[in-house]
Design a binder for this molecule. Structure first.
Ligand SMILES: C[S@@+](CC[C@H](N)C(=O)[O-])C[C@H]1O[C@@H](n2cnc3c(N)ncnc32)[C@H](O)[C@@H]1O
Length: 316
């Protein structure tokens, strides 16, 4: 995550601060996730904090049905925005990391990362070994996430050849930093409920509770199914069903999507509010991310945030 990307979220910080009781320095969002994750939501952290700041009653539990790299749940726990986080992720490699953390293996992972001498040879040798332990699978996931193009774990993404500064596979391997992140995560591990299940199903379990909030970042890309498949092993969900569940939940939710016509139409059909928020993607192109919720009026004092137009009929 570059500084440019974070700064570009609020081109005029003075305005952004007005909406919030405490000034938020978006350039210093703590990087707490051990993952480099495609579609990672670190840039969204200030918006997420503001969502909580305007809530009259503090929610008790955060449910994150598509957790991925988990930055939002981790932030909510570290900053004591909630007591507990329910993190849900189907991908078995990512699940191994969160499961290992919950099982008390975060310090072991920190040690394993620091003691590993990464070369192309040691990497290939390590990845070819399997002893069936969750913590070892977790270590392999982190290794692959840090040595493959774009951090992509779905099949077909090759290992970094040149990487940054000609440093090859080591260019994204920061053992001290990663170890520190795991040690940090260990402090909140006892407040995480991790589930390797369908996020929609887990949402339904918490649907009746008004003290629960949901942060929903489903697999979706405007590039269509093909692009989604390149990023995630599990990229197909029933979007209409997800909207139906959102309509049924007693607690509040915040959902982020690509700005696509079919999504906006679904949001309208379910009478949700929408706002477009500017962000800069990994290729430094400025895009707008769609935020969907029950009441998003708290976002209106942000600069450059606006309600999208929805085109009906003949859309593709
Ligand atoms: C857009 S990513 C989430 C990124 C995350 N917000 C972050 O900051 O790293 C969507 C995630 O949902 C996972 N996923 C896909 N289908 C799922 C399902 N039915 N239940 C749970 N997780 C699922 C994918 O594996 C992927 O990690």
């Amino acid at each position: 995550m570059t500084l440019t990307r974070q700064e570009s979220l609020f081109p005029n910080m003075q305005d952004a601060v007005v909406a919030h009781p405490k000034p938020v320095n978006v350039a210093s969002i703590p990087q707490r996730s051990p993952f480099r994750y495609p579609g990672g939501k670190t840039w969204f952290v200030p918006v997420f904090r503001n969502w909580f700041a305007q809530k009259p009653i503090k929610p008790v539990i955060l449910v994150e049905p598509f957790a991925g790299g988990g930055i939002i749940s981790l932030t909510a726990l570290f900053e004591n925005l909630v007591q507990r986080a329910v993190m849900v992720e189907l991908d078995e490699d990512i699940a191994a990391v969160w499961q290992a953390v919950v099982d008390g293996q975060a310090e072991w992972l920190a040690w394993r990362i620091q003691s590993f001498d990464l070369t192309r040879e040691t990497l290939l040798e390590e990845l070819s070994r399997e002893n069936g332990e969750i913590r070892e699978k977790a270590f392999h996931t982190i290794l692959r996430n840090r040595t493959s193009h774009g951090g992509i774990l779905a099949g077909g993404s090759g290992l970094l050849k040149h990487g940054e500064n000609g440093k090859g596979i080591r260019s994204r391997w920061y053992p001290q930093t990663l170890a520190k992140r795991f040690s940090g995560i260990d402090e909140v591990a006892g407040r995480i409920d991790f589930r390797q299940e369908d996020g929609l199903k887990v949402m339904q379990e918490y649907a009746d509770r008004s003290d629960v909030v949901f942060f929903i970042d489903p697999p979706y890309t405007a590039g269509g199914k093909k692009a989604g498949k390149r990023l995630y092993r599990h990229s197909e969900i029933d979007h209409e069903r997800l909207f139906e569940i959102c309509e049924s939940v007693a607690g509040d939710f915040l959902m982020t999507y690509d700005n696509a016509e079919e999504v906006k139409q679904m949001a309208r059909r379910h009478s949700f509010q929408m706002r477009l928020i500017p962000m800069t993607n990994t290729h430094n192109a400025t895009m707008e991310e769609l935020v969907i919720g029950k009441d998003l009026s708290w976002m209106d004092s942000y600069p450059a945030v606006h309600e999208p137009e929805v085109v009906y009929g003949g859309g593709h």
